[in-house]
Ligand binder design. Structure first.
Ligand code: GDP
Ligand code: MG
Length: 503
């Protein structure tokens, strides 16, 4: 049995996640020992596997809208893979039901998506612990994966009694003040644009190339964004990421890549960050923890913030690469160039100190109406555009023989920088590994074509278009995979589908 947890949120700590997973493991193994679960599920030589993903309210709202036509934030969504009804398999397990990981044979039963932010609220409402709420939602969802349901009335009681039995069995019994509810229907109001928030505003993130700005934004967004599109800019071109919480929204503004000689760097950086900072409520100056003295670039950025009368926060990045002691002279030196409202050592890469930095940023933002819809996380990424360009060629070359049965998943999007790169836009090569996912073996053979001719054609055409889009040489590696019922699994794709709204 294996539970793989991917925490895509900032509202659930690593410690909480550890405890959560151990409870979910206990619950699953307890369920598997129950006689209501089809013996053929547990008796085989494969390990049962479940993917659990924790996402923010924006992501779950989007999924809920897409898969359940409910345009609301919800607490949990379940995506079963096997066809089961009240614990019984409807039909035989087929070879394609199994997958292999490092030689281990797995039987994936489905995906669970939970929104901890929402769960935390519910825990408060029901007066029990966050721990119990999260595990309750997971157990509820696992029962769905095994084919139990509560929406058709039929097995509703069965489902709820099983649920409590399991919760009690793993040591999280119902507290005295009973929480009777149908978990998935306890949906909340959305967070409309215009809603007054105690903290909402723009944050200009300034710092020299390679200091780690993109890494920080990726970490904050809880996902790998690749690099925000370099394509012709819209009015919102310098919005890099939007961070949403129930009671706060932070809009990060950055400036597009600076392709200028080193000597002009300071001027440029200040010039472009000046524009970003002018409209911002708070400025974050990012310094590299490995260099104790501010250079001209940083000094001028600090002066700029002062001139604009903006609160300025110092984020000392790459703290993982240096000792704590060596940060002291840096902090002393930087303190001379500005009156920082706070100094926060972080590792954008290791996700250390980022929560603290977010708290400081949020505390400096004024009360304001929510500016952007909650699902707007960032501009469309190159990664997503690449998937679309591949999909386009599939449709083109297969003449719609397999129009709706395929999806494209980007497995890896790796940028190789030039040797003399000045910033992360100076790439020499982009390596992309992508999977074309289809539902049937017959589709797979169409996609591969005779001697692999078809996939080759699709790959070549898609690669050329991706090269145009990224203005960079691209290596594209395509694989065709048959995945029964991928449409349910597409949940994972959609999470990356941060499409830009039309202006
Ligand atoms: P940007 O030009 O400011 O956007 O910088 P990037 O985010 O592209 O980062 C530049 C390089 O610094 C990349 O190789 C990152 O992996 C690395 N980097 C970013 N943050 C950290 C960090 O916290 N620690 C370490 N050791 N490296 C980091
Ligand atoms: Mg960058």
């Amino acid at each position: 049995m294996s539970i793989s947890l991917e925490n895509k949120t900032r509202s659930f700590t690593k410690d909480e996640a550890g405890v959560f997973v151990s409870y979910v493991e206990k619950a699953l193994s307890l369920m598997l020992s129950m006689d209501y679960i089809d013996p053929s599920i547990r008796n085989g030589d494969a390990e049962i596997s479940v993917d659990v993903r924790l996402v923010g309210s924006d992501a779950i709202k989007k999924l809920n809208s897409r898969y359940r036509q409910k345009d609301k934030v919800t607490d949990v969504l379940s995506f079963p893979i096997l066809d089961m009804n009240d614990g019984k398999l409807q039909g035989q397990l087929m070879p394609y039901d199994f997958s292999y990981d490092d030689g281990k044979k797995l039987l994936p039963i489905g995906d669970v998506v939970i929104c901890p932010e929402r769960a935390r609220k519910q825990a408060e409402e029901y007066g029990h612990s966050m721990e119990r709420e999260m595990v309750f939602l997971a157990v509820h969802s696992l029962l769905h994966l095994f084919g139990f349901d509560h929406e058709n009335g039929k097995s509703e009681d069965l489902m709820f009694s099983k649920q409590e039995e399991i919760m009690t069995g793993i040591g999280l019994p119902k507290s005295s003040d009973a929480d009777i509810r149908s978990s998935e229907e306890s949906e909340e109001d959305e967070h409309p644009v215009g809603e007054m928030l105690p903290h909402c505003g723009y944050c200009a993130l300034v710092g020299r190339p390679n200091v780690g700005k993109s890494t920080l934004l990726n970490t904050i967004s809880g996902m790998k964004l690749a690099i925000v599109s370099h394509k012709p800019q819209t009015t919102r071109n310098n919005i890099q990421a939007i961070y949403n919480k129930d009671d706060a929204q932070v809009i990060f503004v950055d400036t597009p890549g600076i392709h200028k000689p080193q000597s002009k760097l300071a001027e440029f950086m200040v010039d472009s960050s000046f524009r970003a900072a002018k409209g911002a409520d708070v400025v974050v100056l990012m310094a590299d923890g490995r260099f104790p003295k501010p250079a001209n670039v940083e000094i001028r950025a600090a002066e700029m913030a002062k001139k604009l009368k903006k609160p300025i926060i110092l984020a000392v990045n790459k703290a993982d690469a240096v000792t704590k002691e060596s940060l002291l002279p840096l902090i002393a030196n930087y303190s001379k160039i500005a009156d920082f409202v706070d100094i926060v050592p972080i590792s954008a890469l290791k996700d250390d100190g980022v929560d603290e930095l977010m708290d400081v940023i949020i505390s400096k933002l004024p009360s304001a109406p929510r500016y952007f819809p909650i699902e707007e996380v960032t501009d469309q990424s190159e990664r997503e555009i690449s998937a679309e360009l591949i999909r386009e060629q599939i449709l083109h070359y297969t003449n719609e023989e397999i129009p709706h049965g395929t999806a494209v998943e980007i497995d890896a999007f790796e940028e190789v920088l030039k040797d003399d790169a000045e910033d992360s836009y100076d790439r020499s090569l982009i390596k992309i590994h992508a999977s074309i996912i289809c539902e049937r073996d017959s589709h797979k053979s169409i996609l591969l074509g005779k001697n692999g001719q078809m996939i080759k054609r699709i790959g070549t055409a898609a690669r050329e278009n991706i090269e145009k889009m990224t203005d960079c040489k691209v290596f594209l590696d395509l694989h065709v995979k048959v995945r029964k019922d991928w449409k349910n699994r597409q949940v994972f794709l959609d999470e990356f589908g941060y499409k830009k709204k039309e202006d």
